[in-house]
Design a protein around this ligand. Structure first.
Ligand SMILES: Nc1ncnc2c1ncn2[C@@H]1O[C@H](COP(=O)(O)OP(=O)(O)OP(=O)(O)O)[C@@H](O)[C@H]1O
Ligand SMILES: NC(=O)CC[C@H](N)C(=O)O
Length: 633
């Protein structure tokens, strides 16, 4: 509709802008209704569940190699906690296998001895299970160290591997370029097989220190071939290197040499019978090197994906507004010269999977988010608030509702007897009868949120104020404030009020919690409300090297309400968790945070791991606000 007032044509009755808008709205609503009637059969068809793995790019990947026994793998390096990006990798690899009736392995890509710790192994498997997937097999690249070593010798025997003693600078020089001229091979390139074998064994037996010797693959550096040879991933990259700090958590000090990613990954894929090796786009340039090694050792036919594993690459999931790098999160968790700024790797302000779980994000919401963004070769760039919006929509349909008062003020009804009790039957979700109902007590004393009261009335304020009435959600009659009292710090501590049908209904309805020992109401709780950890919307651009990020940490990123109150329906919600009941959590991976609910007019909440059943301590985390601006009302 145009902004300007319409000019009526001569002779036509002049209608006001408001009336015209009303008419237009009516007509639009009618048209929409008509359209939806006509479109009903098509809409119903569209509502049939669509398997996202059998659409678009993923379907194309399957069609390139439509085998009966689809086998994929999720191959994290066990050097830190998984983050939201990994939720995409897990969903893609496990989901693809599931859709095509195949299997997916969890493979710990543990070829880097210095960085791996037991805690990460357990946490990674937990997250896969929590997301609702069960690995067909759990493997470790290190399980195959013997076999990998034998194949490295075989590569040498086939004249396709050589031990090189160049320094890093010499290797760089050999790669050529504007500074170094044409690419060239070093003197070690033409050593005999026997010589190379002996020297490789010497590497294995500890004759060399780190950097003094490498086993390199004889790819294309010495070749005159154009095309493939332009790819630096094929310039005789290292297959094995010596590690001085060589203790490995599974093989101990057995090995002084360790295989590189380029040597290990494709071979482990072949050992495990992987049909579709799905990884992120930054590995695309490595695909020719992946195929080169498989072909060199007869695990694949040249220029064919029929035999052996086929690597294909999808776009990473990048989330702006937070940091995902393990190194940076470690700085926040452990502190360096600066004190730690978060509670741990699972601090709900982080985007590690353990943190998202602790915050209360349902695993199904993460998977849906990943798939809704789409799986293609394009990088999926998104922002934390887009993720929040998606989680909000997911929770809206799936979790029950309760009344929770964040910052309570006591309300005493002067016109009710001390033992007044109205038992109200309240649905857990008015739009979903299946979730059932529960009983809450309406009593002489109730608690309302401080935000819902003003000491001085204002015509634009529709809730409780002296002389003003307001409706109560789930109660029969409205209430009206007669007076209030304050403490020495000028804080309102008690409101005197009336309740009954004689009062004006008011223009809004607010939430409340009744006080009744018989109903164990209210339940006290500490509520933590989270906001972005950094003031900057681009925290990756902060100064991480010299600690400049610290000043950007928002001290208001966690606000604690220590005296919140929840109505007694919470007990039922707790006993009947997980909400929603789906895959991982329903199958035993439910943490305390699977106790989720919508606090009416407030936010979505989940129980925090700091809660303690024995002492009755309840701590809640805000999962997301009800609206994007985090404001209620
Ligand atoms: N942001 C992301 N989006 C999608 N997939 C990812 C993302 N980050 C990692 N992956 C994939 O997850 C799998 C296991 O990753 P791994 O932990 O080895 O990766 P990484 O790149 O070291 O992760 P980090 O981002 O923590 O450095 C790999 O296949 C990798 O491609
Ligand atoms: N091909 C892949 O998926 C890569 C996995 C490997 N762990 C990495 O370094 O990221």
């Amino acid at each position: 509709m145009a902004d300007t007032e319409p000019t009526p044509a001569d002779g036509e009755p002049k209608i006001s802008k408001r009336a015209a808008e009303k008419e237009a709205k009516k007509a639009a609503a009618k048209a929409k209704k008509e359209a939806s009637k006509q479109a009903a059969p098509a809409t119903r068809a569209a509502a049939e569940p669509v398997d996202p793995f059998k659409q678009g790019w993923l379907k194309g990947v399957y069609n390139e190699k439509p085998v009966a026994d689809v086998q994929t793998r999720f191959p994290p390096e066990p050097n830190g906690y998984l983050h939201i990006g990994h939720a995409k990798a897990i969903t893609v690899n496990f989901g693809f296998a599931r859709s095509y009736a195949g299997r997916c392995n969890l493979r710990y890509d543990d070829t880097n001895p210095a960085k791996e710790e037991e805690q990460f192994f357990t946490a990674i498997k937990d997250m896969v299970n929590w997301l609702g997937f069960e690995p067909a097999r759990i493997t470790h690249s290190s399980d195959d160290f013997d076999r990998l070593y034998d194949l490295a010798e075989e590569l040498v025997r086939r004249g396709k591997g050589y031990v090189c003693h160049c320094s890093a600078a010499e290797v760089k020089r050999g790669r050529g370029g504007p500074e170094h001229g044409p690419r060239s091979v070093c003197k070690d390139w033409s050593r005999t097989v026997e010589d190379n074998l002996q020297d490789f064994r010497a590497m294995r037996d500890g004759k060399y220190k780190a950097g003094e010797a490498h086993l390199r693959m004889k790819q294309y550096l010495g070749s005159k071939l154009k095309g493939l040879a332009e790819n630096p991933a094929l310039w005789d990259v290292a297959a094995y290197r010596v590690k001085d700090e060589n203790y490995h958590h599974r093989t101990g000090h057995k090995w002084k040499i360790y295989p590189t990613y380029e040597f290990t990954h494709c071979l482990c894929d072949a050992f495990e019978g992987i049909s579709h090796s799905l990884c992120t786009v930054e590995f695309e340039t490595l695909r020719p090197a992946y195929n080169w090694l498989l072909e060199a050792l007869d695990f694949k036919q040249p220029a064919s994906d029929e035999k052996g594993p086929m690597q294909r690459e999808y776009g990473r999931l990048n989330v702006e507004g937070t940091i995902l790098s393990k190194r940076r999160i470690a700085m926040l968790v452990e502190g360096t010269t600066i004190p730690p700024v978060v509670r741990g790797w699972d601090d709900p302000r982080l985007y590690t999977l353990v943190a998202l779980r602790r915050r209360g994000v349902p695993p199904g919401a993460l998977k849906k988010f990943v798939l809704d963004l789409g799986v293609t070769k394009a990088i999926a760039n998104t922002a934390t608030h887009t993720l929040d919006a998606s989680i909000r929509t997911y929770l809206e349909r799936t979790v029950p509702r309760l009344m929770l008062v964040l910052d309570p003020i006591k309300v005493v009804f002067e016109n009710l007897p001390d033992d007044y009790l109205e038992e109200r039957e309240v649905p857990f979700d008015p739009k979903d009868k299946e979730k059932g109902t529960h009983k809450v007590p309406f009593t002489k004393v109730i608690y309302i949120d401080r935000d819902d009261f003003r000491e001085e009335d204002d015509p634009d304020f529709f809730r409780l104020a002296p002389g003003k009435s307001v409706g109560l959600l789930h109660a029969e009659h409205p209430i009206s404030c007669t007076s209030f009292t304050k403490d020495s710090s000028n804080k309102v501590v008690e409101i005197k009020a009336e309740y009954g049908s004689h009062l004006s209904p008011g223009k809004a309805r607010i939430h409340w919690v009744g006080q009744s020992a018989a109903y164990h109401s209210p339940i006290k709780a500490e509520v933590r409300i989270f906001h972005p950890l950094f003031k900057s919307s681009k925290p990756n651009e902060l100064d991480w090297k010299s600690g400049g990020y610290y000043d950007n940490v928002d001290p208001k990123s966690e606000i604690v309400h220590p005296d919140a109150m929840i109505e007694c329906g919470f007990e039922y919600i707790k006993k009947n968790a997980p909400w929603p009941k789906e895959e991982g959590e329903a199958n035993g991976m439910a943490a305390k945070s699977s106790v989720r609910f919508q606090g009416l007019r407030t936010a979505f909440f989940a129980m925090d791991s700091d809660s303690d059943e024995a002492s009755g301590k309840v701590v809640l985390n805000r999962i997301v606000s009800l609206k994007e601006d985090s404001g209620k009302k």
